[in-house]
Design a binder for this molecule. Structure first.
Ligand code: NAD
Ligand code: LMR
Length: 329
């Protein structure tokens, strides 16, 4: 049976990169038919229809239908997976929370439509910024959707961290695993390599053993990952799109189909108090997934430096939550 996948903001630049990936099976596998539901706002209706025309022209074997609409109820009806990209991106010189007032009200409004019209057990991924806080608002205004079904994208940051290690060591990115992004998809996020490993001819080696340069690992590596979104905006004059779309596919694929044995990924999920992160925030943790459910990896040793960075990004999320509520008031 075809899986119905909603993409909001589908006429935008991430949407344009994402929908062909979904239709080709990059998200749900090469044997899973899909029906795409694409939502945008009326000023983008003509462009949205153009994307629909291109999807028809691409003759994707797995694509069993396309709904392109500006009606949020029609868009959400019966969807099994909802990828929430709709909103406004930041421009050069802005922080992601600077788009809060524009975007957070969208997530309050769309929460209700999803709650009332999506398929039971719909899995939600929020991409639009500020991603963690938009996801939290969506969760709070859709109380009947289980908290475990609402997540936000930090897989892009996770993949960026893998990419930096792979470039530094001149190894293939597929051989690097188990970095962690803790916290907010913002410049306070903490990219943690303390548990990361590389598969080498001599077996599995820790990244800290292979890169003896602590100054780089504790400094430039972290800031490069934290600031990568801004660097892309500076270079492209537009925010990341192909890497965001690809990471969104990775996030849903691993959530639905499972993470490989011995590997974890980073997902923004509702905190249950693990690692003393306050419950009630959508915070990025290391997770493994099995049978469509994520679980936070438990028992990792946290040193003092990491603790401080994990708390700082949690504090920012608590501040963002207050700011979001003041924007909605
Ligand atoms: P874009 O401006 O190209 O596209 C966004 C689309 O959303 C537009 O077509 C717009 O009309 C539409 N839209 C606006 N309000 C809407 C609403 N109420 N309902 C449905 N659609 C609506 O932007 P983009 O580059 O595609 O980025 C989208 C969002 O994703 C931004 O907030 C950006 O900051 C964020 N982003 C997040 C990550 C991440 O890793 N979490 C990565 C990249 C971008
Ligand atoms: C990113 O990380 O590339 C996105 O969140 C876009 C941005 O504003 O940085």
């Amino acid at each position: 049976m075809a899986v119905r996948v909603l993409v909001t903001g589908a006429a935008g630049q991430i949407g344009y990169a994402l929908v062909p990936m979904i239709a080709r099976g990059a998200m749900l596998g090469p044997n899973q038919p899909v029906i795409l539901h694409m939502l945008d706002i009326p000023p983008a209706a003509e462009a949205l229809n153009g994307v629909k025309m291109e999807l028809v022209d691409a003759a994707f074997p797995l694509l069993k239908g396309v709904v392109a609409t500006t009606d949020v109820v029609e868009a959400c009806s019966g969807v099994n997976i909802a990828i929430m990209v709709g909103g406004f991106p930041r421009k050069e010189g802005m922080e992601r929370k600077d788009v809060m007032s524009k975007n957070v009200s969208i997530y309050k409004a769309q929460a209700t439509a999803l709650e009332q019209h999506a398929a039971p057990n719909c899995k939600v991924l929020v991409v639009a910024n500020p991603a963690n806080t938009n996801a939290l608002i969506l969760k709070e205004f859709a109380p009947s959707i289980p908290a475990k079904n609402i997540t936000c994208l930090t897989r892009l940051d996770h993949n960026r961290a893998l990419g930096q290690i792979s470039e530094r060591l001149n190894v293939h990115v597929g051989d690097v695993k188990n970095v962690i992004i803790w916290g907010n998809h913002s410049s306070t996020q903490y990219p943690d390599v303390n548990h990361a490993t590389v598969t080498t001819k001599g077996g599995e080696k820790s990244v800290r053993e292979l890169i003896a340069d602590d100054k780089w690992l504790n400094g430039e590596f972290i800031t490069t990952v934290q600031q990568r979104g801004a660097a892309i905006i500076k270079a492209r004059k537009l925010s990341s799109a192909l890497s965001a779309a690809s990471s969104a596919c990775d996030h849903i694929r691993d959530w639905v189909l499972g993470t490989p044995k011995g590997t974890w990924v980073s997902m923004g999920v509702y905190s249950d108090g693990s690692y003393d992160i306050p419950p009630g925030l959508i915070y990025s943790f290391p997770v493994t997934c099995e049978k469509g459910e994520w679980s936070i990896v438990q028992g990792l040793k946290i040193d003092e430096v990491s603790r401080a960075k994990m708390d700082a990004t949690a504090n920012e999320l608590a501040e963002e939550r207050s700011l979001a509520y003041s924007c909605l008031a």
